[in-house]
Design a protein around this ligand. Structure first.
Ligand code: CLF
Ligand code: SF4
Length: 517
């Protein structure tokens, strides 16, 4: 690939090398206490990063894993057009860069979007970020995108602005992005090798011309790298999204990780390909599979050197509203917003509410630190699935969970490593027996599942599968509970009461903890 450094250094106010040195010094948001190894922004606090970086990420649910338990984001679908074609996208559906394929979004004008933001901000005071992520590419629709930002900056200046782009048009807009105080930009980068890119992108539309094949991929990757370098030089936090496509770019994403890290990317989010024939995408129709949860985790682990890896992405819709993992968009349809006469933006109520959120967050961090005290060193690692509605607590019933959050716990502490979507087990007060095996399979690699409540039938099924159903931490903080459980587990292993078994493979887990306990 051609270097874009020269272009960059002539256009930037500050030499790029100097900016990169500063980033290396602070390692973005995520130097953890684990021997300087970076994590996914996770529980890092103000002591772990430069104050100006902490200000930008502390309540951004995507840039901080810790914040995602407490703060919400919303997307407004003001950007319908796109300037490239990805083989995992069908234009009928929301942009797969930042959304799962689903029903077509309501398209909004900037004015409608602005009113919707105020309505959501009033109803959900912990909504701190407004993102534009499609359904096409925000920078292929620059007038609508920046008009929306302008309106929101005037009426709700405390809301952080965020956008997600395929990067083709990014170098043309970095100055405007900076001028609008957009502090967070996501670029979807799936390759840095046009040979690989040609299998992902059939065409791009650039400078009034359509390009295909290797040439299209070459232009795209050069523009993406240049855009990333320019964002870094401008002091805008850049997150990289990559779609993991087994057999096409899965191994190559390690190279992508190195390329974006060296250009100052703040966070790397490797997401699984979503491809189903009914979505009508090229990959879906060709039978291209997505990765398993284990394959995804192995790649994320391989890339987690000094780079912050995001593992809590929910591949949101382009009109998503709420905490990551919940969807409240149906409460804020255009019809409902239009019926509202005037939306009053109460900044003070929002501030007061967020102060309460911060107090609880600090309580949670202190509880985790206390639980960590005097933890013995051991090689044992446990995987724990958690049913939660948010606030970092074990506060969801097993049967009501539509996803489980997965934590890895060891003597270095607990770490969020992903989530597993499941079908709802409890249907109108009754357990859906046919659903239960798929729920159990989804958390098959876990030693235990923490829930607020659980019925007899799923409890028995989980035990039979070697997963310990635990409801004694109901409404407690997740990480404090996970560390407590880990400590007790290790104590039982050391006295010989139980024998520890690693659970990478579901077949070896039968009864390891349950039977002996
Ligand atoms: Fe939206 Fe994206 Fe901004 Fe977040 S989402 S534009 S950075 S505010 Fe977040 Fe959703 Fe994953 Fe995107 S969980 S798909 S990473
Ligand atoms: Fe679809 Fe987004 Fe790719 Fe455009 S950039 S083709 S909207 S996934």
């Amino acid at each position: 690939m051609q270097s874009t450094m020269t272009d960059m250094e002539t256009s930037a106010a500050k030499p790029l090398t100097q900016i990169l040195e500063q980033i290396a010094e602070h390692k973005g948001c995520g130097t953890s206490s684990e021997g300087g190894k970076a994590s996914c922004g996770s529980s890092d606090g103000p002591a772990d990063m430069a104050p100006e970086v902490w200000e930008k990420v502390k309540n951004h649910p995507c840039y901080s894993e810790e914040a995602h338990h407490h703060y919400a984001r919303m997307h407004v679908a003001v950007a319908p057009a796109c300037n490239i074609q990805c083989n995992y996208c069908n234009r009928k559906y929301d942009c797969a860069n930042e959304s799962r394929p689903g029903v077509v979004s309501e398209k909004l004008t900037p004015e409608q979007a602005s009113k919707k933001v105020l309505a959501v901000a009033s109803a959900i005071p912990q909504m701190t970020v407004l993102g534009i992520a499609g359904p096409g590419d925000p920078l292929a629709n620059p007038a609508k995108t920046f008009k929306t930002f302008e309106l929101i900056a005037k009426t709700a200046p405390d809301i952080k602005l965020c956008l997600s782009t395929n990067g083709l048009a990014l170098p043309d807009h970095v100055d405007t992005i900076k001028a609008f105080n957009v502090d967070h930009v996501t670029i979807t980068i799936n390759m840095v090798d046009p040979e690989i890119g040609q299998h992902i992108y059939p065409w791009i539309y650039y400078k009034n011309k359509r390009y295909t094949g290797i040439e299209a991929a070459r232009i795209l990757t050069e523009r993406q790298m240049l855009g990333l370098e320019m964002l870094t030089a401008a002091g805008v936090l850049a997150k990289i999204n990559s779609v993991m496509i087994p057999g096409i770019n899965d191994k190559h994403l390690v190279e992508v990780n190195k390329a974006v890290k060296s250009r100052g990317a703040f966070l790397h989010n490797i997401m699984p390909l979503i491809s189903a024939p009914e979505h009508g995408t090229v990959f879906g129709l060709n039978g291209q599979r997505g990765p398993s949860a284990q394959e995804l985790k192995a790649l994320q682990d391989a890339c987690e050197g000094d780079m912050n890896m995001m593992r809590h992405c929910r591949q949101c819709r382009a009109d998503a509203v709420g905490l990551l993992g919940e969807d409240r968009s149906a409460e804020f349809t255009t019809e409902k917003i239009d019926e509202m006469s005037e939306v009053v933006y109460d900044a003070e109520s929002r501030r007061n509410y967020q102060a309460l959120v911060e107090a609880e967050r600090m309580e949670k961090v202190a509880a985790k630190e206390a639980a960590m005290a005097n933890l013995d060193t051991t090689d044992i690692k446990l995987m724990i699935a958690v049913a939660t509605k948010g606030q970092g607590r074990v506060n969801e019933h097993f049967g009501h969970a539509t996803e489980f959050q997965i934590y890895e716990v060891g003597s270095a502490g607990s770490k969020f490593v992903g989530h597993r979507r499941v079908d709802l087990y409890c249907q109108g007060g009754f357990g859906e027996e046919e659903t239960l095996p798929s729920v159990v399979r989804a958390i098959n690699d876990c030693h235990a599942v923490f829930v607020a409540k659980i019925g007899g039938c799923p409890r028995d099924e989980l035990k039979a599968a070697g997963i310990d159903p635990v409801d004694r931490f109901a409404h407690e903080f997740i990480e404090e509970s996970a560390i407590t459980y880990f400590r007790e587990y290790c104590a039982k292993v050391s006295t010989g009461e139980i024998e520890h078994q690693a659970r990478g493979d579901a077949d070896i887990r039968q009864g390891a903890y349950i039977a002996a306990a």
